[in-house]
Design a protein around this ligand. Structure first.
Ligand code: IMP
Ligand code: MG
Length: 188
C-alpha cells in the first residue's frame, strides 16, 4: 500500500476515475456495436498502453470479432513521439478485405496512428476506423481522424489506465495528470 500511495502522490489531479471511464466505454461500445452490427470486426490494438482500454471496451461489444495486438516503438521514455515508428514485421496481421478498427490509448502528435493506418492500408482492408480512449486538443504533426473518441483532453501528459511514463503508472485505475516536475527529470 505504501508504494501505491507513493505512485498516487505523483499525480497532480485525476481526470477520469474508473466509474467515469466505464460509463464512457458503455457509450462507445454501444456506438461501435451499432455501426458494425452486420459486419465482422477485426480489431488491431496497439500495445502496451491500450491494454486496459482494449480489455474493458471489447468485453462490452457483443459482436463476433477478431483481435490482433500490434507492437510499435514510437519513443523511448520521453514525452513526445520521436516521429520514427518501428514495426515488428512478424506482428503485422493480414487484414485484406476486413473491416479494421484500430485501438490506441491516446492521439497525441498523430504520428503513431498515421503510420499504423498507412501500413495497414497497404494490405487493402475493406474499411479502417480508429478508436482512441483519449485525444489531446493540439496541433498534430500528422493529420489523423479518430472515428471514436473516449475523451478529449488538454495538452497535458497523462498516465494511468494503461498509459505510462517511462513504463510506470500503467496500473493506476484512473487517468490522471502527472506532476510536471516529474517530467523534467527524465533519468528517474
Ligand atoms: P503520437 O504518435 O504522438 O500520437 O503518440 C501516441 C503514443 O504516445 C501513445 O500511444 C502513447 O503511448 C504516447 N503518449 C502520447 N501522449 C501521452 C501521454 O500524455 N501520456 C502517456 N503516453 C502518451
Ligand atoms: Mg507509452
Amino acid at each position: 500500500m505504501a508504494y501505491f500511495r507513493l505512485m498516487q502522490s505523483d499525480i497532480e489531479r485525476v481526470l477520469f476515475d474508473g466509474p467515469a471511464i466505464h460509463k464512457r466505454l458503455d457509450e462507445l461500445a454501444a456506438q461501435i456495436t451499432a455501426d458494425y452490427s452486420d459486419r465482422e470486426l477485426t480489431v488491431i490494438a496497439i500495445l502496451t498502453g491500450t491494454l486496459m482500454f482494449m480489455s474493458d471496451l471489447l468485453r462490452r461489444i457483443p459482436l463476433p470479432l477478431k483481435l490482433n495486438c500490434l507492437s510499435v516503438v514510437s519513443y523511448h521514455g520521453k514525452t513526445e513521439t520521436s516521429g520514427e515508428i518501428l514495426f515488428k514485421e512478424s506482428s503485422l496481421p493480414d487484414v485484406a478485405g476486413q473491416d479494421v478498427l484500430i485501438l490506441d490509448d491516446i492521439l497525441d502528435t498523430g504520428q503513431t496512428l498515421a503510420a499504423v493506418r498507412e501500413k495497414l492500408e497497404t494490405a487493402k482492408p475493406r474499411s479502417i476506423r480508429v478508436c482512441v480512449l483519449l485525444s489531446k486538443r493540439k496541433q498534430r504533426a500528422r493529420d489523423v481522424i479518430a472515428d471514436y473518441i473516449g475523451f478529449e483532453i488538454d495538452n497535458e501528459f497523462v498516465v494511468g489506465y494503461g498509459l505510462d511514463y517511462m513504463e510506470r503508472y500503467r496500473n493506476l485505475p484512473y487517468v490522471g495528470v502527472l506532476r510536471k516536475e516529474l517530467l523534467e527529470q527524465p533519468n528517474q
